[in-house]
Each structure stands twice: as structure tokens, then as C-alpha cells.
Design a protein around this ligand. Sequence first.
Ligand code: NAD
Length: 511
Amino acid sequence: MSSIRPIEKLNTTNQVVGHHINGRIFIDDTERSQAVYNPATGQITRRVALAGKATVEKAIAAAAAAYPGWRQTPPAKRARLMFRFKDFLQQHANEIISLLTEEHGKVLDDARGEFTRGLEVVEYACGAPELLKGEHSKDVGPGIDSWSEFHPLGVVAGITPFNFPAMVPLWMYPMAIICGNTFVLKPSEKDPSAPTRIAELLQEAGLPDGVFNVVHGDKEAVDTLLTDSRVQAVSFVGSTPVAEYVYRTGTANGKRVQALGGAKNHAVVMPDADMDNAVNALMGAVYGSCGERCMAISAVVCVGDTVADEMVKKLAARVSRLKIGPGIDSQNEMGPLISKPHYEKVRGYIDSGVAEGAELLVDGRGLTVPRQPEGFFLGGCLFDRVTADMRIYREEIFGPVLCVLRVESLQEAMQLIDEHEYGNGTCIFTRDGGSARYFTDNIKVGMVGVNVPLPVPVACHSFGGWKRSLFGDLSAYGPDAIRFYTRRKTISQRWPADSIEKAQFSFPSTQ
Ligand code: NAD
């Protein structure tokens, strides 16, 4: 393990966020670049390099070269490095949280929450020796012992979305690295600074050069990772169309792929629910992070008109009072959307909801934020009497827009959820254990909450949806990550006695 050594900080002198390859910042001046915005001001703050094929291949080559040494590093040493990385992250928490708010737009408290959930995966990864222990069976036959070992795969790639620029990459590479793999991360080009800064901290914690590399880029970079034969596995998180493309292309090229996609998360409100607590819970779960969370609640299904009438009345009052403005102002509850094109897309959905006949009870389209005329701000929106055929219900909006649907029974609510193409998260608000148990047992969704609106599993469990919210068999982080980032090898061993044994032609068995 090398000692702590200073390395060049995020390159802000020429305002281009560079790649992080083989322990160094790398920028190829002939490469394309793209503007990075502060969504609260609408201004360009810096640019990010967009890797061409050659740059991605350079990162893959660095990871491939680092692999033989890293795979032989004992898990306890890998864990020690994770402990140092965890310390470094904590020491630099405020700096990273500021970068998250500056480039994503989310309010500082929310950025701290994201950062902490990422840190928790690093804490889990510190248990490497325990997590990587094999399985052993003595005397599986006469004088024969058998055991399974979990071997790393080699070079692994991660491709991540804009909405959690620190946490989602941290779901992936700490787990991949403690398993003995080397890694190439392709974070979102929309908010590249936090993942780049975190890569520097991992390097400063003593990670050997080449074990972890970051390339910024777009489809060209992703396609290079998906087709290069040196990349053994790909973890992807992003929208469903791209997740499906990544899954199909990666598996067609012989790779192990897990691809987490989009969502439409429903909350069911039962007649016996604690309404005031449900409203409070929903306000954060719907409008937190401007609705740009894959676990955001975007559809509330009220069982009975009485529940619906009370719910929309209470919600409407709260949504119209949301404090919206730059995320750096701690008074604000909601920041801007990520970009101007995304703002236009979300506005388009609101227009379509009105055109399709949903009742727009709170319209956020007219919002202006003082002193930020260019910011990508949209007010909270609340639709009532949404039906299952409307686009605003069928498609993921990924903005501060809530659809309220009205049904007659829990069964009807569950049928709606089950028939939706996405199955990431859901939640039921009730005081009745029987309804809750029926819901958790039968609903076709991967992560379920009972009076918990954002049932994001903690680091010692694993995160993954069902249906078109996850392509592949294994979820992110937790125990599934150990399985995803390793390959099982089972060894059977026997030490024959000195005497010559007879040849056996029957299939080996315990009979
Ligand atoms: P996105 O799919 O546009 O981008 C994700 C990544 O894929 C980025 O790194 C991007 O550069 C790359 N990419 C984009 N288009 C590509 C293409 N045509 N070919 C190859 N690569 C491409 O997603 P986003 O807008 O950054 O993030 C929001 C989406 O991510 C939402 O749909 C949200 O639900 C989803 N998400 C899902 C989870 C989950 O755990 N299921 C978590 C967070 C976000």
C-alpha cells in the first residue's frame, strides 16, 4: 500500500473536469467537451471532457494492468484502505456536498443525505474479509473436503446517472474493488465534479494507480465500455431505455450486466391511515430533490373518495407553500431541475396532463425565483383524478409532479401497481397490520415500505426493483454486490493413501 501522497486537485484552472486515469488527471485537448451548469443560476460553471474511444481504452488498459497485483492483495488490506477512504470522505464531506448542490441543484441537507448513504456502502465494504469468506464442507466423500471461493472478475465498469452523482457510483466501486476487481467509472456528464473529487480521495487513501479510473463522456464512452473484451462486467443505473440498451449490448458482448432503470413509485393511502403523517411523509418523498429520485413517489393511490378528498386538500395547501430556490440557501426545501431540456420535458408532461383531462390543483409552471431568472426552477405540481391511461401516469416524469388516482379497494390499488411497467419502490400508509402484510406479500415491486415512503434499503441489504426497473438478476450493493462482482470456484480435495486405488467407473456419489 503506498503512503498518502498529494495529487493534483480537481482541475479548475482551465475550467475543464478531466478524466482520472491511472492515478492522474488526463485531458486530451483534441477531445470534445460539454458545458456543466449550475442549475440554480442557469450559468455555465465549467466544462467536462468527453472521452473518445482512445481515452476509454487508456482507462481500461490501466485497470487491466493494475488487476493482477490488486486481485492478490489480501482482503484485509483492501478493507484497511476502505477505512482510510471512509475517513477521507468524512473529512471532505462539506466540500463534496457543496459540489453536489452546485452541479445537481438539490438542497444541502438532501446532498448530505445522499453523501451519507454512499458513505454507508463504504462502511459496509470495510467488512471485506468477512464478506469474502468462502464456504467449506468437510467430508463430502471419503477423505474429501470441498469448498467454494469467490474470485474477482477482472476489469469492471460502472455507468451512473445525474441524480445521485456521489451515492450511485459509491454503490458500485467500493464493493467491486474490495472483491479484487479494478474499475472504470463513467459518471453522468451533467454533474461530473463530485465523482471526480471522490476518485482523488480514494487515490489519496492509498489505492494503487489504475485500480480505480474515471472517464467522463457520453454514448461513445459507454459503447466502448460495452464492447471492449477486457471489461468483464457492467453495472448501470439510469433511465429504462438506456438500461435495456446497456443490458442487451453488454450481454451480447459476453459481459455480466446489472442495469437499474426508471420508476413510477406508488403510495397507497388506506382509509385508516394517519393522514397528517402520510401528508408529511409524502411531501418529502414526492418533492424532495425536485422529484429527481428513482424512489420518489410520483403516484398516490387513494382508497375511497373520502380519503382522496382529504388528501388532495391537505397536499394542495402544502405544495403551494413549498419553499423553492437555490439549494445553497438552507431555508429552501426544493431546488431547481437539472437542466433546461429537462425543465422543458417536465413542463411538457404538465401540459399533456391538462390536455388529457387531469385536474391540475397546483400549477408550478408560473414560478419565478427572486434573483435567479435563468435558473431551471419549476414549482411543485399536483394533479387529481389522474387515470391509468394518461401519459403523466404511464411514463416517468422525474420532476416535482404528483398524480393522485382514486380507487375503491386495496385490491384495485394493487392491480394498478402490478400492471405498471415499472416496479422499483412502493409504500402503503395504513394502521392495519393485515392490509400491510397482504400488500408486502403480494405486490410485484422490489422495494416496499409500510408507512415508510422511501424504502431505500440500507447498505447491508441490496437495492433493486422488479419488472422494467432492473435488467439482470442481482441488485446493487449489499450481499448481491459480492455475488455480482465475484465468480464462484468450487474445489474438491482429497489426499489419497499411499496404496494404489482401483479405477472407479461409476459417477462419484455418497452411496
Ligand atoms: P440516463 O439514462 O440519461 O443516463 C444514465 C447514464 O447513461 C449516463 O452516464 C449517461 O451518460 C449514459 N447515457 C445516456 N444516454 C445514453 C445512450 N443513448 N447510450 C449510452 N449511454 C447513455 O439517465 P439520467 O437522466 O442521468 O438519470 C435519470 C434516470 O435514472 C431516471 O430514469 C431514474 O429513474 C434513473 N435512476 C434509477 C435508479 C435505480 O436505482 N433504479 C437510481 C437513480 C436513477
